[in-house]
Design a protein around this ligand. Sequence first.
Ligand SMILES: Nc1ncnc2c1ncn2[C@@H]1O[C@H](COP(=O)(O)OP(=O)(O)O)[C@@H](O)[C@H]1O
Ligand SMILES: [Mg+2]
Length: 274
Amino acid sequence: MNHLEMAAGRSGGATQIPYYQSIGGECALFQHAFEQRLPLLLKGPTGCGKTRFVQHMAARLDRPLYTVACHDDLTAADLTGRFLLRDGETQWVDGPLTRAVREGGICYLDEVVEARKDVTVVLHPLTDDRRLLPLERTGEQLQAPDDFMLVVSYNPGYQHILKALKPSTRQRFVALAFDFPPPEQERDIVARESGLDTPRATALVNLAARLRALKGQDLEEGVSTRLLIYCGSLIQAGVPVLEAARATLVEPLTDDADVQAGLLEALRATFGED
Ligand SMILES: Nc1ncnc2c1ncn2[C@@H]1O[C@H](COP(=O)(O)OP(=O)(O)O)[C@@H](O)[C@H]1O
Ligand SMILES: [Mg+2]
């Protein structure tokens, strides 16, 4: 495995379909976008189910999935590939985007705004009706097959002026807004993923509503579904409820002592002083 393969998780093959609790018409919309060969943009807060959704849909459509977590050092070559020295010879090695294009897979760029500017140059010809991936270094011009799909995600909550998606980029995508699931669905997700019983999963989800109401005034982001699952898993493993809640629903959210006190108050109001 070379470093490009390590940097990008490839998953696929006819395995089990990862559990995903549908919220609205998002599965159908994904499928239509795939069939119409349209790229898809998922926006929403961290830990609300975007990655799980893509994993679920890739398995349902039986396409290999290449996931790339974008960061501020990620360059176009990390996606397309590069010449590497192997046994004294230079060999071209495809990056995850190129492999998805060659194989007809789904390439998922997580937090795409984090990537360097030159990445958008690669994405543009791929996201209009040309569906082309030019590989400057090899002189190839790849035509994406019908079953190739590009999916990108970003978190509008983190947006600052320097890291916004430019209109010329975002207007190339069909876009789906994600948010934390409605209470009943979130309860089912937390119960299923953590193994917690329904009454306690319900209590966690009610607590989340209180904590999320504090967002904005004091907190940058509301507590995620992911953290509720962590909390449920710790409780399920025998950690006392308040301790589990503090470690998953308070400490990860803020370092500010006053804000923590506010969150702890909500915990005690829900779970009592025990
Ligand atoms: N609709 C959903 N169906 C099933 N699991 C979900 C759903 N939403 C969130 N989850 C759970 O929450 C976790 C975090 O979601 P994830 O997809 O990683 O969030 P994101 O990519 O938006 O940051 C997942 O691992 C999964 O356990
Ligand atoms: Mg994710």
